[in-house]
Design a protein around this ligand. Structure first.
Ligand SMILES: Cc1cc2nc3c(=O)[nH]c(=O)nc-3n(C[C@H](O)[C@H](O)[C@H](O)COP(=O)(O)O)c2cc1C
Length: 311
């Protein structure tokens, strides 16, 4: 069989993006790629995805920001970034010099901010825009954009109008009702969904008996959330089989990637593991290639195969 079995295509009715392999760094765990590029050639990745950018610079949350759990990480970074003008000046040239798929993540605290970011990004020759609708809406008491269906619809509609790019909606794993959110993502002509972001948790300092984080709540990531992310990918593929899914949550090894693909994902994003081992992504690609060759499979036939096995 063909031993370049890792190619995968995110195909929507309007657009398609071909990736050399399904491995993409999750936003916020890879910087903007330039530091990692000094360790290895990041052009071998399926895509490079930048940290979520906001219109204004943000200093993020006060420390402490990270709490390790036995099987994951709680983070309270608070979308720290240097803002849009800095992105255009400092990150854009590096990103556009890459020879793999170039994805940018945007985050807004109002619908207008999302619209502005999409409008500006429309002028750049990037391959996809990931819209982080799992961040809090300051006009709705901090409720995440993806948790209020009317707000989600309005946000996606205005972003879609502002840009012709391939659009990915990144939703929270707790999005409810999931099926309605996916209907909206399809109806508003988004091209793919990323499932998902961190899950809200808290830590308490047993010495002081006070919350560990200033903001009390923090986002849980890493292996602890994998079964939940896998379940949400499964449900999304079951109800919306033609919407391309990018699976994300707790991936550590090639067999985790295969599990996400079999549940219905077309590609995956890997987050926390980059913080543990900056060389993990090329190793995952190599291990995935070995897996496909030894099991005589290719990726297009793996996508959704756990569902097909039940028929
Ligand atoms: C330190 C840290 C920073 C993150 N920053 C962002 C971000 O800026 N934008 C975003 O969409 N997700 C962000 N995330 C969420 C990840 O992209 C990913 O969705 C989540 O961590 C689950 O994947 P994982 O279990 O592989 O880490 C961040 C996660 C971590 C741990």
């Amino acid at each position: 069989m063909n031993c370049n079995p890792l190619q995968t295509t995110l195909q929507s009715p309007r657009h398609s993006i071909q990736l050399k392999n399904p491995i993409v760094p999750a936003s916020g765990t890879f910087g903007n790629g330039s530091i990692v590029h000094s360790l290895y050639d990041i052009n071998q990745l399926g895509a490079v995805l930048t940290k979520s950018i906001t219109v204004e610079p943000r200093s993020g949350n006060p420390s402490p920001r990270i709490y390790e759990t036995p099987s994951g990480l709680l983070n309270s970074v608070g979308l720290e970034n240097k803002g849009l003008p800095w992105f255009l000046e400092e990150v854009q040239p590096f990103l556009l010099s890459l020879e793999t798929s170039k994805w940018v993540s945007i985050a807004g605290f109002t619908i207008e901010e999302f619209e502005t970011l999409a409008h500006v990004m429309d002028t750049l020759p990037i391959d996809a825009l990931e819209v982080n609708v799992s961040c809090p809406n300051i006009h709705a008491n901090g409720v995440q954009f993806c948790q209020n269906m009317a707000v989600l619809e309005e946000t996606l509609r205005r972003v879609r109008k502002a840009t012709h790019h391939f659009l990915i909606a990144k939703i929270a794993l707790e999005t409810n009702p999931l099926s309605q959110a996916l209907d909206i993502i399809e109806q508003e002509n988004f091209d793919a969904v990323c499932i998902g972001n961190t899950i809200r948790g808290i830590a308490i300092d047993a010495e002081t008996r006070k919350p560990f984080f200033h903001k009390i709540f923090a986002g849980l990531s890493g292996p602890a959330i994998k079964p939940i992310a896998l379940r949400v990918v499964w449900e999304a593929y079951d109800s919306h089989p033609t919407l391309p899914i990018i699976g994300c949550g707790g991936i550590q090894c090639a067999s985790d990637v295969i599990e996400f693909l079999a549940a219905g994902a077309t590609s995956v994003e890997v987050g926390t593991l980059n913080l543990v081992d900056p060389f993990i992504l090329p190793r995952l690609i190599q291990d995935l290639e070995t897996y496909c060759c030894t099991h005589q499979i290719d990726l297009p036939n793996t996508i959704g195969s756990a569902h097909h096995s039940l028929r």
